[in-house]
Ligand binder design. Structure first.
Ligand code: ADP
Ligand code: MG
Length: 325
């Protein structure tokens, strides 16, 4: 197993109290595999990613419990220096907003080349050549002519390609992409996602793709982890989830994918809002919104992650009903 996250808990100390942003999240990614992490805004996806990468803002954030096993070693027990080295060389992150992740006063060629100068002892000339190569790789037209351009001189889609190039420069084993296309136009989104999926296969890297767009997931992911109120409520191979979701929340998400074939069809969004993380409801955190809620769902203990099939789990007491068995 490339990455195995177990029972991860992350708190934020705020003026209003302790926010339980991540409450026992667990998931795994194998070599060459793509895991999609889904969930509404505020469900703890980014915080989980930051905790795994070791870039959580501490304070106010704090990992209070859990293990992040990277090839069997718990990253949470490593010293800063070792952690930084792994983060630089073997794991990489792609953020939503390239403009705030790239340095505005350095050319993209310089920033790409820096990866090779710092980590591979490349000369300036070599580094520049590698930068052009990478820009070609992510299909930036006229890479050689554009290598000295600055981030703001590129379109949003091209900048996101540069971010992907930066992440892949050192051929990491694991890449976490946090809503990498959310800020882009819809047509450009698909192109950037296709590129990312193609490079993932080519490099055989493990990819965690955080998204709230279930539409793209079926095409690119092997597995899905659905997050709700800081927990994984369903973890399963992608095709199982689409055919027969085992959690009412997943079912709701699937029903809210806009169907292009249903002309004028209403979006069946899940009613209500995710819980306030300062006051997560007793019992199943989803119960106030669940169309299948029963009395037992309103009371502690929280539903555990039930094993519901081969490599599949669901945190619903009534998963059998949900899955239709
Ligand atoms: P997602 O990426 O799923 O939209 P996040 O992981 O960004 O959600 O955030 C989960 C929750 O963690 C947020 O709803 C917020 O309450 C809390 N949170 C995140 N960052 C901070 C912070 N710096 N300070 C306080 N609370 C935070
Ligand atoms: Mg986020």
């Amino acid at each position: 197993m490339l990455l195995d996250v177990q029972d991860l808990h992350v708190d934020f100390r705020t003026r209003d109290g302790v926010v339980n942003a991540v409450n026992g999240a667990g998931f795994s990614v194998d070599e060459g595999e793509t895991l999609a992490v889904l969930g509404e805004s505020g469900s703890g996806k980014s915080v989980t990613a930051q905790a795994v990468m070791g870039i959580l803002d501490t304070p106010p954030g704090r990992i209070t419990h859990g293990r992040v096993l990277f090839r069997g070693r718990d990253l949470l027990t490593l010293g800063r220096e070792e952690r930084r080295r792994i983060r630089g060389e073997r794991m990489a992150m792609i953020f939503q907003d390239a403009l705030s992740s790239l340095n505005p006063v350095l050319s993209v060629g310089y920033q790409l080349g820096e990866m090779f100068r710092v980590h591979r002892d490349a000369s300036r000339k070599e580094a520049k050549a590698r930068a052009v190569e990478l820009m070609d790789r992510v299909r930036i037209p006229a890479a050689r002519e554009r290598v000295n351009d600055y981030p703001h001189q590129f379109s949003g889609g091209m900048r996101q390609r540069i971010m992907i190039a930066m992440a892949l420069a050192l051929e990491p084993e694991l890449v976490i992409a946090d809503e990498p296309t959310t800020a882009l136009d819809v047509t450009v989104q698909a192109q950037v996602m296709d590129l990312l999926a193609e490079l993932q296969r080519e490099y055989r890297m493990g990819l965690i793709l955080i998204t709230h767009d279930l539409g793209v997931v079926a095409d690119v992911a092997d597995k899905i982890a659905v997050m709700y109120a800081g927990r994984i409520v369903e973890h399963a191979p992608v095709h199982d989830v689409y055919k027969r979701p085992a959690h009412p929340y997943t079912k709701g998400l699937l029903e809210s994918i806009p169907r292009l074939d249903h002309k004028g069809g209403e979006l069946l969004a899940i009613k209500g809002l995710p819980p306030n993380l300062l006051h997560i409801p007793a019992g199943c955190p989803f119960h106030p919104r669940c169309p299948q809620v029963r009395e037992v769902c309103r009371h502690d203990p929280r539903p555990p992650l039930y094993e519901v099939g081969e490599g599949r789990s669901s945190a619903c007491h009534f998963w059998k009903e949900t899955i239709g068995e």
